[in-house]
Design a protein around this ligand. Structure first.
Ligand code: PLP
Length: 445
């Protein structure tokens, strides 16, 4: 920094060397998603399996004001005076938000999660909930976050931003293995650290699409209780199981307070709202002896990050909740069917292009999730960003290199295919283009 100041005296401008900035800015891993979307955007005609954007066919501008009006009507019907409604919408609002009652009702209906509204914090997407939870929980340099690996880039980014080390717990074919979590926690302790929490997406994970069995969920809760470990359960995709195929969330099975639950309206409503939430009902005794849920205590952190979440966006999401009688699972049935059709189109196209003996020839394998937005396709060559760029430019189809999602290396020969925002026709065409790319790319040792 001092060099820059000297430079500035000479040239009259403050300039920075990248090395003078925090690791979160310098780390290439922090930039991977931007690079990925820029590469995909450089080829606008390519069919994109590279993002996890939700289906946008139902996004209707006229609905925004309808949702907002619905929420205002709800407030009036519940006897909130006009003056308070005006203040709620226009002024700085409560730090933890004002739609917690509606979210609490939704959690009961959709997930059988029973928590008081005070145990919920409305956040600027699940991303802010991750940042706030980690900030509150990790207190010293020896504190370590365990994370399933491969994992969602947002959690690793949040941890890096806060200088919290992340230890990978490698996922098995059916998701995170409880005994692997125990082993990782013990390793951290043996090295003098404190394993604080373990992050996972039990339902249709990003990036692998895997789902943890109910038995594994129960075992994981047992391991967490025995090891004194919290579980950060991130659940943006759980609503998109097939009818009758839903599994209980960790939070709904948790009777010991081991789970902090991260929610997002990005996929159940729309990502532009930037509304998510944190459920943290663990009791905390404050300096004055008052006992309050962790989410309420963490509001001090939120107040210094974002002051509060957008009142307009909360009202729109609140309107959606009221309109559907707090039952987003039923409200998103049609959407869930669309995603399941897209998943089926992806796997059936892969099967069509890679019948048994061609699998072996080209080293191609994929998993078949039961829902969600993603699956993983393994190939016989390095599937990095350069390969993706070549694929987008020469074959007209893009995807995400799996190596971007690995916490400690790996995934070099695998792609994440996100099929959520492609029609079934585009999926079939895209997989056919991808198959040509794969068969024309030489296998490497
Ligand atoms: C695992 C996971 N968590 C959370 C989110 C959404 O977060 P947000 O609510 O910040 O948009 C996503 C979206 O891609 C995700 O895949």
């Amino acid at each position: 920094m001092s060099m820059s100041i000297v430079d500035s005296e000479v040239r009259g401008r403050v300039e920075f060397d990248l090395a003078e900035l925090h690791g979160a800015v310098v780390d290439p891993g922090m930039d991977s998603m931007r690079l990925l979307s820029e590469t995909a955007m450089a080829f606008p005609d390519a069919l994109s399996f590279s993002s996890g954007a939700p289906h946008d066919g139902n996004h209707d501008l006229s609905r925004l004001s309808v949702h907002l009006e619905r929420y205002l009507r709800h407030l009036r019907e519940t006897g909130v005076p006009e003056r308070r409604i005006r203040r709620l919408l226009f002024q700085y609002g409560p730090v933890n938000g004002f739609i917690q009652d509606e979210i609490a009702r939704m959690l009961v209906r959709d997930e059988d999660i029973h928590v008081p509204a005070e145990a919920i914090m409305v956040t600027h997407g699940a991303q802010e909930a991750m940042l706030i939870a980690l900030r509150g929980l990790c207190t010293s340099p020896g504190d370590v976050l365990l994370s399933v690996s491969p994992t969602y880039v947002g959690i690793v980014g949040a941890a890096k931003t806060l200088d919290i080390p992340v230890k990978a717990v490698h996922e098995g074919p059916h998701g995170l293995e409880p005994e692997a979590v125990r082993a990782a926690a013990r390793e951290v302790r043996a090295e003098g650290g404190r394993p604080v929490a373990c992050y996972l997406v039990p339902d249709f994970a990003n990036p692998t699409g895997t789902r943890l069995s109910e038995q594994a969920r129960r075992e994981l809760l047992q391991v967490a209780a025995e090891e004194g470990l919290l579980l950060l359960e991130d659940n943006p995709y759980g609503l998109f199981a097939a009818e009758g195929d839903q599994l209980p969330t960790l939070k709904s099975l948790d009777d010991k307070g081991c789970v902090l639950y991260l929610g997002s309206f990005a996929k159940s409503a729309f990502p532009g709202a930037r509304i998510g939430y944190l459920v943290a009902d663990q009791p905390v005794t404050e300096a004055d002896g008052r006992v309050r849920p962790l989410a309420a205590v963490l509001s001090k952190v939120k107040s210094m990050i974002s002051v509060g979440s957008s009142s307009i966006a909360q009202a729109v999401v609140g309107g959606i909740l009221v309109e559907h009688d707090y039952d987003l699972r039923s409200a998103t049935r049609e959407l869930a069917r669309t995603y399941l059709e897209r998943l089926a189109a992806t796997t059936s196209s892969l099967t069509e292009h890679f019948p048994a003996q061609r699998y072996a020839e080209h080293g191609v394998r994929w998993n078949t999730p039961r829902g969600g937005f993603f699956l993983v396709l393994e190939v016989g060559f390095t599937a990095d960003l350069a390969a993706m760029e070549r694929c987008a430019r020469d074959y007209g189809v893009s995807w995400a290199p799996m190596s971007m999602f690995h916490v400690d290396g790996g995934g070099d020969r695998a792609m994440r295919l996100g099929f959520s925002n492609l029609s079934t026709e585009d999926i079939r065409e895209g997989i056919s283009r991808l198959a040509r790319f794969i068969t024309e790319t030489p296998r490497t040792a």
